[in-house]
Design a protein around this ligand. Structure first.
Ligand code: ACO
Length: 372
């Protein structure tokens, strides 16, 4: 009998169908429920995109108003949770704080184990509402500041920026931030979404699936890359140094963060839209020198390896120029991706099958313990 083929990293393995989004690497396109992500970023607010991912259609004005009312009512965190998060070590990474917050919210939810579509949709909306408040808490704590109270007179993106940075920036910055949230919201069976589906497939609860997904997103080969990109720009120092820096880094066999993608080999469909948003932010926030480094490294990387940037490459510097600290970038990604994860959790439960792949054993041949 021949040994079964091994699909390391599950590359190219189709494990299920999904109606949430479609990534087409041949045409470099991404659609959410059939709508091109670029059109959604140009014409829709993030709350509408969240509704679309959850319900399959864009909301009517009444449906959006109803969702917004619930979302705004659940922005504030329970007082005990705030105290617990503030008691974590100051050195805790904001992703650890966020993961802990979701876990605690689950432990306090009397409906935690109710996996009905209605109960899970309610939990998804409550997490969507609360996560920006947690992310903002971590950002302010890093600057020695206490958390602010959420404002229910502001839209999702405006409130998020207000809570984290202390004021609502110019509309163009809010729009650029919202664009990043729309682009980060969903991307089919990426590592963190697949993680959430694996946990869900055991009939565990939504909070456990999201907590696990946050763990998967933290890694630098996935969401953590947006933070690593900013660290790269700091290492490079100036655009003139980009080529030399890259040659050394590649000689040391380093992975260059923000480049390459498991699915897109001809360029990430989301990058042109986010690059445009970065341009807007750079013009308003004196970011020209950072943009020069961005272009110099992208050119050098293409010349050396033929690799294109992924979404994390423009998102990292955009968040930096907006005023976020680098360790808060991946938590912002979580706040956006909660929409996609929870849409997938619902889809997984609707036609569940335990996800449990096989492996080929490569250890010791069977042997005796050898004791009398
Ligand atoms: N820097 C240097 N070399 C790279 C990079 C990179 N960023 N990406 C791919 N390569 C090289 C690999 O070394 C390998 O070369 P080899 O064949 O000579 O060994 C070849 O390209 C194929 O790379 P793999 O790692 O096998 O490709 P895979 O599809 O498994 O990896 C991944 C995709 C993990 C995203 C990879 O490109 C990478 O590590 N990129 C950096 C991390 C990053 O930016 N992650 C963000 C992903 S997008 C997102 O989460 C929004």
């Amino acid at each position: 009998m021949s040994a079964p083929a091994i699909h390391k990293g599950l590359a190219g393995v189709v494990v299920d169908t999904t109606a949430v989004s479609m990534v087409n690497p041949d045409t470099n396109s991404l659609t959410y429920r059939g709508y091109p992500v670029q059109d959604l970023a140009a014409h829709c607010g993030f709350e509408e995109v969240a509704y679309l991912l959850w319900h399959g259609e864009l909301p009517t004005p009444d449906q959006l108003a109803e969702q917004n009312a619930v979302e705004r009512a659940h922005r504030a965190l329970p007082h005990d949770l705030v105290l617990t998060l503030l008691a974590l070590p100051e050195s805790a990474h904001p992703m650890d704080t966020l993961r802990t917050a979701v876990s605690i919210l689950g432990a306090n939810d009397p409906d935690e184990d109710d996996n009905s579509p209605a109960a899970n949709q309610a939990k998804a909306l409550r997490l969507f509402a609360a996560l920006p408040t947690v992310v903002a808490l971590t950002q302010r704590r890093r600057r020695g500041l206490l958390p602010l109270t959420p404002r229910d007179d502001l839209g999702y993106a405006e409130n998020f920026l207000y809570l984290a940075l202390g004021s609502v920036p110019e509309p163009a910055i809010v729009r650029a931030f919202e664009t990043s949230l729309v682009l980060y919201a969903e991307h089919s069976f990426n590592a963190s979404t697949f993680t959430s589906r694996v946990v869900t497939s055991t009939l565990s609860d939504l909070y456990s699936a999201v907590t696990a997904a946050i763990g998967a997103l933290k890694g630098p080969l996935h969401g953590g890359a947006n933070e690593a990109v900013m660290e790269t720009f700091e290492e490079i120092g100036s655009a003139d140094n980009a080529g030399k820096w890259l040659k050394t880094a590649l000689a040391e066999k380093r992975k260059i963060m923000g480049f390459g993608h498991r699915v897109y080999k001809k360029g990430d469909s989301r990058v042109p839209t986010m690059r445009q948003a970065l341009q807007v932010v750079a013009e308003l926030r004196d970011g020209h020198r950072l943009l020069e480094r961005y272009e110099a490294l992208a050119r050098a990387m293409y010349a050396e390896k033929g690799l294109h940037p992924n979404l994390d490459y423009p998102a990292g510097p955009a968040y930096h120029l907006m005023g976020f600290d680098t360790p808060v970038f991946t938590p912002i990604f979580v706040a956006a991706r909660i929409t996609g994860w929870t849409a997938h959790i619902t889809e997984q439960l609707a036609s569940n099958s335990l996800i449990r792949p096989s492996s080929t054993y490569s250890g010791q041949a069977q042997r005796a313990v050898g004791r009398a």
